[in-house]
Design a protein around this ligand. Sequence first.
Ligand code: SAM
Ligand code: SF4
Length: 519
Amino acid sequence: MNEQQRKQQSQIRTEQANVDRIKKTSSEDMIAKYFQQEYEPQSPDIKQARKRKREDVQFHYDFSIPEDMEKIGHGKKFLIRTYGCQMNEHDTEVMAGILSEMGYESTTVTEEADIILLNTCAIRENAENKVFGEIGHLKPLKLENPDLIIGVCGCMSQEESVVDRILQKHQHIDLIFGTHNIHRLPHLVKEALFGKEMIVEVWSKEGDIIENLPKARKGKIKAWVNIMYGCDKFCTYCIVPMTRGKERSRRPKDIIQEVRHLVAQGYQEVTLLGQNVNAYGKDFEDIEYGLGDLMNDIHKIDIPRVRFTTSHPRDFDDRLIEVLAQGGNLLDHIHLPVQSGSSEILKKMNRKYTREEYLELVRKIRIAMPNATLTTDIIVGFPNETEEQFEETMTLVEEVGFEAAYTFIYSPREGTPAARKKDDVPEEVKKQRLYRLNELVNKQSAASMKDYAGKKVKVLVEGESKKDPEVLAGYTEKNKLVNFKGPKSSIGKIVEVEITETKTWSLNGVMVENTVEVN
Ligand code: SAM
Ligand code: SF4
């Protein structure tokens, strides 16, 4: 952490010895104290966010757990509940790593936990509602056990309205910290434990890049690797540029070292992570090095599978296509969020490409990678979307032949430009559109699955199927879920499976004898 960040940090300490005292304090008092402090309210503000500059990102390689916190968790347990995207899942791995280094053990039993963290998502209103529901459910537990530390972190904690609401209505929360404050977890836990204070630490300025954070990864087969943080695209519906800060890329050597390290530990697959990975390297001032270059370097590493997510079509350049076309460990499944098939809506979304440009990009990808599978994200019911504009989305889905899509009804997010727009599309119409779109996507997915009948596919075996422990489950190179009968010894390996049955979203099969790849 540097001095500048310290100045920018928004830290509130309210006097609050325990839950009883919280209950006695009126919410008005709490809020008055909250705003008396140096904290500057940070409603998501697009104008402010756009003013941010590229400079000032510093790299830190000296993270360590303070000596007096190394054993603080001995005999205690933590539970982190994660909402939202892969970025949050990976942040949870980092927080779990930090807590483990402090001596805590993980648990999945809420009643057993001494620390509960809710790692939240702000992307849509229903994601936020779920979190507030969970915050409410945890209150009796805190009343029973005042020593329990409950924390709220992740994207929601970057929103002033959320912090405000927690202070007013959910005073059983001990700790709120932002997406740029994760490495401060040991200090925050210490303050929550010993100071018996309610802590709010939300840095409005994005953090520097902290390199050697510990990670307690979920599983030993597939791993997330952050390649960049933040987003500067400012799509008009999206809160991410405000909750995650400006785009900042990790140095190539650090990423490559992390991937090599994962190989040494036996991982079979890495997914390179960022909100907009195609912008990787654009913030480097000393080197010309983009996602294509990084993929090219990772291509040479002996790891069987490399994926990346999420791609923004605008920055998907020819260099990347050329590199991906080499194949090998670079898989030919590309997740390319389109959001809408209407150029007019795309313009209003500030996506900075037209329908035609998106289709041209797809054409180029298909020339270079004829077998590539494309999947996407789509929003229906953007303010004032007409039936014709929605139809354009439907025709684009057909034309591209997406094999899967994450589909959403537009959800207004406070502080984003789209949320200020009047919207004349009734909710019922939006739901109908989502239904029609999902029907089409399901139909296309099922049709793509049918092509696999009788074929052999390579499956990275992840473990027993959730529904039947006698059945194993894993994913193909194109990310299709396969359930099959095979020996447990194949877990963690890539095996060949012959497909015997196809469903809309998964395939069933039998393992081809003696096909375990020794990696
Ligand atoms: N960076 C990625 C991109 O540009 O496609 C997307 C990241 S965002 C976490 C995941 C998806 O959530 C988006 O692709 C979009 O479809 C959806 N999303 C974002 N904001 C939304 C909103 N306000 N309402 C509904 N869906 C939204
Ligand atoms: Fe949000 Fe993705 Fe647009 Fe960034 S590129 S603003 S994360 S939708």
